[in-house]
Write a protein that binds this ligand. Structure first.
Ligand code: DC
Length: 219
């Protein structure tokens, strides 16, 4: 039987990762955070000092890139050339660089197979920006999760351990990423025509997950 794929797209800070994790436990399937792949690309661009706006340099870099997910316990960790880089990809700099470099079509096509190969063998929840629109247009159930900008910024701010954090900066960065991610030509962030939209502004994570479970059960 073909594995069952559920997609969750939406802007930064809407709660996609937390929701996907919880949902995957309830459904006993894996969840795949595809943003981690774009962050992995950004991490390597930064580490190798790549001029990603230059086509030739970007294409050579992508040819040599060896990025993949490895299953550890019940979660995926991100490996780059055999090194676990999972702990290095969550900085604000990497978030911004992932958002801008992911607009390059060469980057997007380099990551397509990694995502689709996982879906060949496992029931999975994929979260990202273009899961329901481009990567898995035939997914069994598609969600688009969103929330007000100020609420998303406050949630991100509250999660940050750094004492020097600044709510205005967090909000501005999310706003820039929203713009980059939704205005790019290649696979922009948008709700698939057949996606179920959920406004998470005034819902708890549990309420979002419950809503999704009811919809999945009926599908
Ligand atoms: O989900 P995230 O915040 O970790 O993603 C980081 C960036 O990666 C995001 O701003 C845009 C890009 N991204 C993408 O273009 N397509 C995806 N499917 C996932 C993430």
């Amino acid at each position: 039987m073909k594995p069952k794929i559920i997609t969750i797209d939406g802007p930064a800070g809407a709660g996609k990762t937390t929701v996907s994790k919880l949902l995957s436990k309830k459904l006993q399937c894996v969840y795949v955070d595809t943003g981690a792949l774009y962050r992995g690309v950004a991490f390597e661009i930064q580490r190798q000092n790549i001029n990603w706006k230059n086509d030739t340099e970007l294409e050579d870099f992508l040819k040599a890139l060896d990025l993949n997910f490895v299953m550890e316990k019940d979660a995926f960790i991100l490996m780059s050339s055999g090194r676990n880089i999972t702990d290095f990809i969550r900085t604000p700099e990497i978030s911004m660089l992932a958002s801008s470099s992911s607009a390059r079509p060469q980057v997007r096509s380099a990551l397509l197979d990694i995502q689709r190969n996982i879906a060949k063998t496992k029931n999975a929840i994929f979260e990202g920006r273009d899961m329901g629109t481009v990567v898995f247009p035939d997914a069994a159930v598609k969600f688009f999760l969103f929330a007000d900008l100020t609420i998303r910024a406050t949630r991100r701010f509250d999660e940050m351990p750094d004492e020097t954090k600044d709510i205005h900066k967090v909000q501005k960065e999310i706003q820039i990423r929203d713009h980059n991610d939704s205005q790019r030509r290649s696979a922009p962030l948008k709700s698939a025509k057949d996606a179920i939209e959920i406004n998470a502004s005034f819902l708890t994570i549990e309420q979002v997950v419950d809503k999704m479970l009811k919809i999945i059960e009926k599908a």
